[in-house]
Design a protein around this ligand. Structure first.
Ligand SMILES: *Cc1c(COP(=O)(O)O)cnc(C)c1O
Length: 396
């Protein structure tokens, strides 16, 4: 039986290999930073592929806070939150996350994946409708699929289609518009003011997953709502602690106190799965503290992202337009994107190529992600290397 299963799985893997879409894991042998050491390559490698937007993954105070929490709380509670699984650090970080999100309350999960799949089925039942952007993150899609509610998918950021779907949803008990703040593969941002106006018109609530927006968007890095001046006006915000806010893991739902009270009672991961580890909660708390007190980081991130975009354009690349710290360069087919990524690694740059089925066929891309800790010299090196490899492969 096992042998037959393995053989069947092997043939699926062989098909991926033949299509050139097999993903190769790279192994990092030290902390995540702008430069890392890797098992696959001698010397240091520049990383342009991490969600470590604020450069806090190895920040000394973020690391120290995690170590201290290990001493203060031990490894964990060996319990789910409602039995004997809530530490005081959970209350503290949930207060900080509510402050950051401009909401009354917040609730942590072990990841944003868990937050989305724990939230959506809990609030959207059989009498309700979920109206969801077609390019939403997989965890929002799975959250919607796991709900008993009717699902309507609108064309990416197409406000006419959103309005049509909302009209179709009319009469439902609850209607939700579900969207990413920053779309991870395109780097573009949701049209939140229009979405908010339509949600208002149709009595719908907004679920905004701002995993790529927090720490990046807005003057103070509080996210896509801050970018648009809509803080405090989004019903439900979800996010991750695994990107700008420390980069380990963890996620949250931020919203009204009533929503959080309700999720504590019925959200299945809250009831049946252990809490966010205290070490991660403490590191992420420190990351929020740094974000709130070191304004220069966000400003620097914005400035160097502009520098990277302008530099790429000056060299003949055509990065997708956008305002986030994600700068995708479309190169065509999947195998080519993977090849370009391999060539860049040989030159000392670690950047992943994405292809089908993560993005639509024919739009494979290299996704540059900026980090506030990058120096001007590192960006100059990256641009020169992109130019060298781009010319060699005929991209420019
Ligand atoms: C990365 C990401 C997630 C998943 O976050 P985890 O905390 O790693 O589970 C969820 N939603 C969006 C939009 C993301 O970009």
């Amino acid at each position: 039986m096992t042998a037959a299963l393995d053989e069947s799985l092997r043939s699926d893997l062989a098909a991926m290999e033949k299509a050139g879409t097999l993903k190769a894991f790279r192994h990092i042998t030290g902390p995540m930073d702008t430069e890392v050491t890797m098992a696959e390559k001698t010397g240091r490698v520049l990383v342009l592929s991490s969600n470590n937007y604020l450069g806090l993954a190895d920040h000394p105070e973020v690391v120290a806070a995690g170590k201290k929490a290990l001493d203060d709380y031990g490894a964990g509670t060996a319990s789910v939150r409602f039995i004997c699984g809530t530490f005081s650090i959970h209350d503290q970080i949930e207060k900080a996350l509510a402050r950051l999100s401009h909401t009354e309350s917040a609730l942590t999960y072990v990841s944003c994946w868990t937050a989305n799949t724990g939230l959506i089925p809990a609030v959207a039942g059989a009498d309700d409708v979920l109206v969801s952007d077609e390019l939403n993150h997989a965890s929002l899609i799975d959250g919607c699929r796991g709900a008993k509610a009717k699902r309507l998918v609108y064309k990416h950021s197409d406000m006419n289609d959103l309005e049509a779907k909302l009209a179709e949803a009319k009469g439902a008990r609850r209607i939700f518009v579900v969207t990413d703040g920053v779309f991870s593969m395109e780097g573009d941002i949701a049209k939140l003011p229009e979405i908010a106006a339509l949600a208002h018109k149709f009595d719908a609530s907004i679920i905004l997953d701002d995993s790529h927006g927090v720490g990046v968007m807005g003057k103070h890095g509080r996210g896509t709502a801050e970018h648009y001046g809509l803080e405090g006006q989004i019903d439900i915000v979800t996010g991750t602690l695994g990107k700008a806010l420390g980069g380990a893991a963890g996620g949250y739902v931020a919203g009204s106190k009533t929503l959080v009270d309700y999720l504590q009672q019925v959200s299945r991961p809250q009831l049946f799965s252990n809490a966010l580890p205290a070490t991660i909660a403490a590191s992420a708390m420190k990351a929020i503290d740094v974000l709130e007190h070191e304004q220069g980081r966000v400003e620097h991130l914005h400035a160097i992202t502009r520098k990277m975009r302008d530099g790429l354009k000056a060299r003949g690349f055509k990065p997708l337009e956008g305002e986030s710290a994600i700068v995708p360069i479309i190169v065509g087919d999947t195998a080519f994107a993977i090849r370009m990524s391999r060539e860049l690694l040989a030159e000392g740059i670690f950047i992943t190529g994405f292809g089908y089925p993560v993005v639509p066929e024919g739009t494979a891309r290299l996704r540059i992600q900026m980090c506030a800790a990058l120096t001007d010299a590192q960006i100059d090196f990256a641009l020169a290397t992109f130019e060298k490899v781009g010319r060699k492969l005929g991209v420019i």
